[in-house]
Design a protein. Structure first.
Lengths: 497, 111
């Protein structure tokens, strides 16, 4: 890389206007591949999910997967697209062993869905991102480069190919160019991919996990001087997390500004994002390489989704994430900031389910954002995988509401739940953690504490009520925390009144 | 290209440069002499095919498929495929249950 010092970001956005565009690939969660009946499950031994069709053996014929077509139409509808009444698949010819046929079946000038939009929220503002097209294609196999530095193509002498992934249905979603976002461009890019992920997840058509590669993102960036025409764009690949989407745009804006400042020109090229350094390095230059010689796939007949089918799919769309979040925020009576912290914690569905299981929104939020979030952070797992279910949290809160657990005991019980020791009620009973509600036993403990601390008792008698805290502490100690502090305090004050 | 061919035999349907470009894309090693030969032969073929364009009237829509069918779809049901041994049986070379091929440089994956 160059050793040129990059300009300051604020300075860059004061002098240049960015235009971004995003190309997202989503692996569909169908049972079988796009054009054959091979299973799609993740992580099998190499070449165990292959057949003559996805290996491109002579004489084999592809047949399109109805579920994949349906999923793509649903994605298009959720993104406010028009659905083509007639379209075709096309062959994209290229020379690389990740597709054994020497071409990929894709769509070219006749995508299944066109001209939609997705609204995303950035800093409380709504930004409408235009969707150019949504089309369907097949995923490629995985190549492993050997003979040189492992996994790197440079220096490698051989490639080993596993075709398990080849032929898995892949939906490509391309935005229109997005101008006018200025300094917010990196955040807008991230917000778009986040929202798109949530929309697709709500449709239940993909698990959209960036770390597992079922959602992959390429980011286009260009800069221009205010009032001038758009600059030459670069396409950054290998952007594998939401955070990286933001970093990639930002880093590319800084790099391009430093090139332009020095009087240089931006080359239209593919660049690779590096997670460790947060910068991009050049890949293939587009000017020399792209000639895919697309032509209509002769082995597949055209696709003509009839209006009734599309209408039926549209009617069955679920509530989309932005509306869903807005509805819950209103139901729970949360401020924008509070809702944002719920979203950041990934707790929306968990809280919703906990409320459905009987807890109040406030109590559900307290447990998921407090104790359980802390625990998830410590152990480095997603909140949903922390070990407690919404039902268990609601049950725990029920025990608190019934006066059987105080806050401290409830936290001890929750630890047991997370450790897989059983339901809150079982843990409470088995470990004898229930609040001491027997007033006789409590009164005895209170009297004992008063007798052991005559000077404190005297203070309270003379009106220094604040001193009661020390006695409450003593009682909590003898009851091993299994008393309700408020009850204990009332009891002490009444004995010393 | 189609337009060119309609202008008749004077204009070549495919140029020597286009043939060289296609050969490179197809990773075919073609000599200078072969380029002359193939450019001529391909041109003859394309001119012959272009005659179809002369009879195609404006009211005949272009078509990519010979059968008037749409929506041939399959249900999303798993069908047993090949074992790894069967899959690799036709491969020139294999390693770690994977197809082994010479490395390809300066190319990118499709999607």
């Amino acid at each position: 890389m160059t050793t040129t010092t990059l300009p300051a970001y604020d300075d860059v956005v004061a002098r240049y206007e960015p235009v971004i565009g995003l190309e997202t690939h989503v692996e569909l969660g169908t049972n079988t591949k796009m054009f054959c009946g091979c299973p799609t499950d993740f992580g099998g031994e190499p070449n165990t999910r292959v057949c003559p069709v996805c290996l491109g053996l002579p004489g084999s014929l592809p047949v399109a997967n109805k579920a994949a077509i349906e999923a793509t139409i649903r994605i298009g509808l959720a993104l406010n697209c028009s659905i083509a009444s007639w379209c075709r698949f096309a062959r994209k010819n290229y020379f690389y062993p990740d597709m054994p046929k020497n071409f990929q079946i894709s769509q070219y000038d006749e995508p299944l869905c066109v001209d939609g939009y997705l609204d995303v929220e950035v800093g409380g503002e709504l930004v409408r991102i235009g969707i150019e097209r949504v089309h369907l294609e097949e995923d490629t196999g995985k190549t492993l480069h050997v003979g040189g530095a492992t996994g790197r193509i440079h220096g490698a002498t051989e490639s080993l190919v596993d075709y398990n992934r080849a032929g898995i249905p892949l939906v490509e979603i391309v935005t229109k160019p997005v101008p006018g976002t200025g300094a917010l461009a990196p955040e807008v890019a991230r917000a778009y991919v986040t929202e798109l992920r949530d929309v697709i997840r709500s449709l239940g058509v993909s698990d959209v996990r960036m770390e597992e590669g079922s959602l992959r993102c390429d980011v286009n960036t260009s800069l221009n001087r205010p009032g001038q025409q758009w600059g030459t764009r670069t396409e950054t690949k290998n952007v594998n997390s939401l955070r990286s989407v933001e970093r990639a745009v930002r880093s590319e804006m800084l790099r391009q500004a430093s090139v332009l400042d020095a009087g240089g020109r931006i080359t239209q090229e593919t660049r690779h994002f590096h997670e460790d350094t947060g910068d991009t390095t050049p890949g293939r230059s587009k000017e020399t390489a792209t000639d895919y010689r697309y032509f209509p796939e002769p082995d597949l007949v055209p696709l003509a989704p009839d209006a009734a089918w599309v209408a039926e799919l549209k009617a069955a769309l679920p509530e989309l994430p932005r509306l869903y979040r807005r509805r819950l925020q209103l139901q729970w009576g949360l401020s924008d900031a509070d809702m944002q912290s719920v979203l950041n914690a990934g707790a929306v569905e968990l809280i919703e389910a906990t409320v459905a299981a009987g807890a109040t929104p406030a109590a559900a939020r307290k447990w998921w954002l407090g104790e359980l979030s802390r625990r998830a952070n410590e152990t480095g797992v997603e909140l949903a995988d922390v070990g407690a279910t919404p039902h268990q949290v609601a049950e725990l809160q029920g025990l608190v509401d019934a006066g059987k657990l105080n806050d401290k005991l409830a936290r001890t019980v929750l630890e047991g739940v997370v450790a897989g020791e059983g339901s809150p009620t079982e843990i409470m009973t088995n470990k004898g953690l229930e609040v001491v509600s027997d007033t006789g036993a409590l009164t005895a403990a209170v009297d004992e504490a008063i007798a052991a601390n005559p000077d404190i008792a005297e203070k309270i008698r003379s009106g220094k009520v604040a001193a009661a805290g020390a006695l409450v502490g003593a009682v909590m100690k003898t009851t091993r925390g299994q008393a309700d502090a408020k009850t204990v305090r009332e009891l002490i004050l009444s004995r010393l009144a | 290209m189609q337009q060119d061919s309609q202008k008749g035999a004077l204009m070549a349907a495919i140029s020597r440069e286009e043939v060289a470009h296609l050969a490179r894309l197809s990773r075919l090693a073609v000599t200078e002499e072969e380029l002359d030969t193939f450019a001529g032969q391909l041109d003859t073929i394309l001119q012959a095919v272009a005659q179809v364009g002369e009879v195609a009237a404006a009211d005949i829509p272009p078509t990519s498929h010979s059968v008037p069918l749409t929506n041939v779809l399959r249900e999303d049901v798993v069908v047993p495929g090949l074992t790894p041994a069967e899959a690799l049986s036709g491969a020139p070379d294999a390693e770690e249950q994977r197809f082994r091929v010479p490395r390809i440089l300066d190319e990118d994956v499709a999607s």
